[in-house]
Design a protein around this ligand. Structure first.
Ligand code: MTE
Ligand code: CO
Length: 420
């Protein structure tokens, strides 16, 4: 008798069982790929030695993940120096955005700063004007905080109806990383804030000299001057070597390449808080200083760039965040908002940070209108787009946190649509 026969039979039984489990899970045969590499064969990559250590001194993702990249929309902006690239949200899970995939938004290109020459000045209504080097900043007591950063213009193209086909483009001006830095209040205390100071001007060292006025109360509350993201030093495009972190507030006030903090008794009415980053309301009046990013969520998978490939058990997944605190609940609808079910939040639930949610369903191949709505600890419920338009009209660009709808078609393709 062939002494391997029982083993082979056992293996066949295992394969049948695995096959039926995979089929039950996936709704179809799950086998694909190069047969000679599939079990029970010994695959190519087991037959030869692999690369040794330090062949990649700074690690990169697998070459098979080369499609997981930031992308831009060429017609959106006139030049690359004042433009935006979007986070590939549909390719990510969990809440932390890898540094190399964080969306970038700059108004005058990336400032290349030699850390030896970096300086941060604190002046205006202070007891002592101070100039810090990067080494000085690193000597202060430091903290680690995970926060989302959302550009006020995120979803801005969608005010008049469904536009861009992919959550990367509709919602990809958001990222969530762990920052390491000095609480701003510690630096301000070092300079001694004068009693009549009420506002702070933060200015960047880029060619746009991005400047924003921030109320002193926020500066003293939870802002940081951060120099690290996800453990390593900030990336040049994220403000190397230091940026302002303004938790929960619109991305524009998170000044990168931070060079100047000036204390004053009123706002400066800089370009980015007058001609831009104001909200044109239905009556033609513009609302100013809309700092807080209200609760928002989006289903990242399935979504137009991540279609459904198989019927059967399906995990719907997405991100939710609120500038007013913690997310307490996320609901998911499969029928365009008629019925809602509570999604599972898995992982960390932190103040002014993204949460990851999941909703599981059996997809039978029917049409679905997928929506998610976020609820935060203040009780605020993410509005529908029509509710939002009743208050805001359609002339706005910024602060669109309306509920997103994805149409899943019987063939699994997904499209950006609106339901009335
Ligand atoms: N800071 C400077 N100095 N220059 C800029 O152009 N862009 C702002 C803000 N800080 C900007 C800046 C805007 S509009 C946003 S949304 C965030 O940075 C984007 O941060 P990120 O590029 O790290 O995603
Ligand atoms: Co922005």
């Amino acid at each position: 008798m062939d002494k391997d026969a029982p083993k082979r039979a056992a293996r066949r039984r295992f394969l049948r069982a695995a096959g039926s489990a995979a089929a039950a899970l996936a709704g179809g045969p799950a086998l694909a790929g190069n047969l000679k590499n599939l079990p029970p064969n010994v695959p190519e990559w087991t037959r030869a030695l692999g690369d040794g250590v330090a062949v990649r001194p700074y690690g990169k993702p697998s070459k098979h993940e080369a499609h997981v990249v930031r992308r831009d929309v060429q017609w959106l902006t006139a030049s690359r120096e004042s433009s935006v690239s979007f986070t590939p949200l549909h390719e990510l899970d969990g809440i932390i955005t890898p540094n190399g995939l964080c969306f970038e938004r700059h108004h005058g290109g990336i400032a290349e700063i030699d850390p030896e020459d970096y300086r941060l000045i604190v002046h205006g209504l202070v007891e002592r004007e101070l100039i810090f080097t990067l080494a000085d900043l690193k000597r202060f007591p430091r903290v680690n905080r995970i926060h989302f950063l959302e550009c006020a213009a995120n979803s801005g193209m969608e005010w008049r109806g469904a536009q861009l086909n992919g959550c990367q483009y509709t919602h990809g001006m958001v990222h969530c990383v762990e920052y390491t830095g000095v609480p701003l209040r510690v630096l301000l205390a070092e300079a001694g804030v004068k009693p009549n100071a009420k506002w702070l001007l933060a200015e960047g060292a880029d060619s746009a000299a991005m400047s924003r006025s921030i109320p002193l109360a926020k500066a003293m509350d939870d802002c940081l001057v951060a120099y690290r993201m996800n453990g390593e030093m900030l990336r040049p495009e994220q403000g190397y070597p230091a940026r302002l972190v303004v938790p929960g507030w619109e991305g524009n006030v998170w000044v990168k390449w931070l060079r100047r903090l000036k204390l004053g008794d009123e706002p400066w009415f800089a370009r980015e808080e007058t001609s831009k980053y104001t909200d044109l309301m239905a009556d033609g009046k513009a609302r100013q200083f809309t700092f807080v990013m209200d609760a928002k969520s989006v289903i990242t998978s399935p979504s137009p760039q991540a279609p459904l490939r198989q019927k059967g058990f399906t995990v719907i997944s997405g991100l939710a965040w609120s500038g007013r605190g913690k997310i307490t609940r996320v609901d998911v609808s499969l029928d365009g908002g008629k019925n809602w079910r509570e999604a599972k939040i898995d992982g960390l639930v932190l103040d002014k940070a993204c949460v990851r949610f999941y909703a599981e369903t059996e997809w039978t191949g029917g049409e679905m209108l997928l929506q998610s709505r976020a609820i935060d600890e203040t009780g605020y419920v993410q509005p529908t787009k029509s509710e939002l338009r009743k208050i805001r009209g359609v002339n706005s660009i910024y602060h669109n946190n309306g509920i997103q709808t994805w149409l899943v078609k019987p063939n699994g393709e997904v499209e950006n649509v609106e339901v009335s």
